[in-house]
Design a protein around this ligand. Structure first.
Ligand code: JFT
Length: 242
């Protein structure tokens, strides 16, 4: 997968040299490049923002540098990338969308700041590539960079070979519409607190049932909205009893 990121704070993405993303870059699974939007400005002050038409607080990012940046990163001889634009007004970022993005050959992230990017940048881009405005959730950030770090981590871990134990993808929270069950490791008792006996029983059927039950109970208590969205086909009669 090829990933291009455009931002006025390219240094925000230094952490992408670390850990599993760093390894994915080193082994070619992920080809990532970060670009400074100011590289597409032409004035001495390298201006990327201006006052909003119609008045209002703050500044808006000018369309010209963005237009030149997106042109430079979407050469006509290559298939167009999918443009991802973090925005408070975006669609919710979900594990399902992470899977969708993990299947894309080329992602292009536009990290805005100030009050946002001139809408015409997105409208013009949409004439030549798929554009998705995406939000991490109902809270407010300073800009798109942190959102891109989150999205990129969620997507990269789904790429083949990135996670050593691909099995963990099938058991983690949100992988099957439920929150994952509690996890334990040695010692068997810690500060007087024992590991649930079933997990030390060696009975894999009982263990799977216990984990399913715990996941259902935990999801019902913490995220009833997820239960409501669960595919009834994925439940069996023992779940109903749980
Ligand atoms: N994704 C996401 C997301 C989220 N969940 N919260 N805030 C954001 C986000 C993403 C992109 C930008 C850009 Cl560009 C500028 N700002 C600051 C801002 C603050 C209030 C109103 N308008 C803009 C951004 C906030």
């Amino acid at each position: 997968m090829r990933v291009d990121i455009v931002s006025i704070f390219p240094e925000y993405f230094a952490p992408l040299d670390l850990s599993l993303i760093g390894r994915a870059r080193a082994n070619g699974t992920l080809r990532l490049a970060v670009h400074d939007l100011r590289g597409w400005t032409h004035d001495v002050h390298r201006t990327v923002d201006d006052t909003p038409y119609g008045g209002g607080p703050g500044m808006v990012m000018r369309p010209e540098p963005w237009g030149e940046a997106l042109d430079a990163l979407t050469p006509a001889e290559l298939p167009p990338p999918r443009l991802l634009v973090p925005s408070p007004a975006g669609v919710p970022f979900t594990q399902a969308l992470a899977h969708e993005l993990a299947a894309e050959p080329h992602l292009l992230f536009a990290c805005g700041r100030y009050e946002g990017i001139d809408q015409r940048v997105l409208d013009h881009a949409a004439t030549r590539m798929p554009v998705t405005e995406v939000s991490l959730g109902d809270y407010v950030l300073f800009g798109g960079e942190v959102a891109v770090l989150v999205i990129l981590e969620a997507v990269t871990r789904l790429l083949p070979g990135v996670l050593g134990n691909a099995g963990s993808l099938t058991e983690e929270s949100h992988a099957h519409g439920l929150l994952e069950a509690p996890m334990y490791t040695k010692p068997a008792t810690w500060r007087g607190l024992p590991v649930p006996e079933v997990l030390r029983s060696g009975d894999h059927g009982r263990i799977a049932r216990w984990r399913r039950d715990e996941a259902l109970v935990r999801t019902g208590r913490r995220r009833p909205d997820m239960l409501a969205g669960l595919d009834p086909q994925s439940l069996d009669k023992r779940d109903v009893a749980a």
